[in-house]
Design a protein around this ligand. Structure first.
Ligand code: 5RP
Length: 243
């Protein structure tokens, strides 16, 4: 259950991201998925005067719907080769700016947009800060449906606990992402090197991506009930960077 304090903390982080987007005058904006991002869109809608000339690239159908409802112009990711800024939330963040994402099953397109972006801003409430990634949230893995049993067998043989994510209501069976992949949640073992684990999982045929984001963060805004903390990182991954 999300408390009032957490809601205010999410809002504070989201509103600070709106300040930055408006100050810098971005015109091509990638937008993530989730409740913190919703606050960002709603506040941006209130404060952005003229809509003309500003284009948005959503990471999910739910974000696209909200952007359209607020009267914004939306482009499909397939029509762009970069965005100027990308704003998104996260499920867990560590002190080096690495994250676990995918609580909304949208991490594949989120990672693509974050990779394409010139500047990445992640907005989280203070409860998302952890000492060890995976301590509360499993690692989401998107899998091509036809590969599901084979991938589950491989994960099991690696000694990992993996559960196919099922929808709470409104649909029987697995959660299927907007891209058509099934979401599998993998418990992160306490001693695991998450970077290595994610790379190994991503090398299994049929795995599309994991929700581990390392090296994508330019700016992390952590919201509290009465303030925000801004943490800057040296970006390592991006289409515009020599890696
Ligand atoms: C969606 C995500 C979200 O950014 C993450 O789940 C955080 O959501 P919220 O802002 O609702 O806490 O990765 O795939």
């Amino acid at each position: 259950m999300i408390g009032v304090e957490t809601e205010v903390a999410k809002r504070n982080a989201a509103y600070r991201a709106v300040d930055i987007v408006l100050e810098r005058g971005y015109k091509l904006i990638g937008v993530g998925t989730g409740s913190t991002v919703e606050k960002f869109i709603e506040e941006l809608s209130k404060r952005l005067g003229a809509r003309e000339g500003v284009l948005f690239v959503p990471s999910s159908i739910s974000t696209a719907l909200l952007l359209r409802r607020e009267g914004f112009r939306v482009l499909d990711a397939s029509t762009v080769d970069f965005v100027e800024v990308y704003v998104d939330g996260a499920d867990e963040v560590s002190e080096d700016g690495s994250m676990i994402k995918g609580g909304g099953a949208a991490m594949t397109l989120e990672k693509i947009l974050a990779y394409s972006s010139l500047f990445n801003v992640f907005i989280v409430d203070y409860t998302k800060k952890v000492k060890r990634l995976g301590e509360r949230h499993p690692l989401p893995v998107e899998v091509v449906p036809q590969a599901l049993n084979i991938v589950l067998r491989k994960l099991k043989s690696m000694g990992l606990e993996a559960d196919v994510r099922v929808s709470g209501r409104g649909k029987y069976g697995p959660v299927v992402s907007d891209l058509g992949g099934v979401i599998v949640d993998v418990r992160v073992p306490e001693k695991a090197d998450l970077n290595e684990l994610s790379e190994t999982i991503e090398s299994i045929p049929g795995v599309v991506s994991t929700g581990f984001f390392k090296g994508f963060t330019d700016l992390l805004i952590v919201g509290y009930s009465d303030r925000v903390e801004e943490l800057r990182f040296t970006r390592k991954k991006g289409v515009h960077l020599a890696e």
